[in-house]
Design a binder for this molecule. Structure first.
Ligand code: FES
Length: 162
């Protein structure tokens, strides 16, 4: 299914109208769009940028890329978050992150795999520093991760999905 066929323009119009088409509410509008689609489809940003007075698609895109809360790619079935806060960083979160990237075979600088199974992001602190380096998959925390542990965790998920 292409992204454009997913787009419900009436829904987008409703969102725009609920903020009186006021450009100062752009972030709130984008939050609503992300609530619906779980990410910000490019077509939705273009639509809002061309509909709301005083905005342009480029402006909307610029705002969306600036804020880490917005995802410009669909999330995977399994959302992996690797903590790179200070405690996790000094205890080796970067090798863990690299191991995840390699294991799930992220390509072309994307953060979601082609098959939609995994998406990956880094977060600044999960509030579990005593478990550093920590990783979270779909809300479940994986403490004291190592590259070898990443291998096992991802293999287990893959086996559950054959
Ligand atoms: S720095 Fe990673 S959980 Fe706090």
């Amino acid at each position: 299914m292409s992204a454009s066929s997913l787009l419900d323009k009436n829904k987008l119009d409703e969102i725009i109208q609920s903020y009186d088409g006021e450009k100062s509410y752009l972030i709130a509008m984008l939050q609503k769009v992300q609530e619906i689609y779980k990410y910000l489809p490019e077509e939705a940003m273009t639509y809002i940028g061309s509909k709301v007075e005083g905005l342009s698609p480029a402006t909307v895109f610029g705002v969306a890329t600036f804020y880490a809360q917005f995802s410009l790619e669909p999330k995977g079935k399994y959302e992996i978050k690797v903590c790179d806060g200070t405690a996790c960083h000094v205890r080796g979160s970067m090798p863990v992150l690299e191991a995840v990237k390699k294991k799930i075979q992220l390509q072309n600088g994307k953060m979601t795999t082609e098959n939609g199974m995994f998406s990956l992001e880094t977060v600044s602190c999960l509030g579990a520093c005593s478990l550093a380096p920590a990783m979270v998959i779909n809300g479940k925390i994986y403490p004291k991760m190592t590259p070898d542990a990443v291998e096992i965790v991802i293999d287990t998920i893959l086996k559950e999905n054959v």
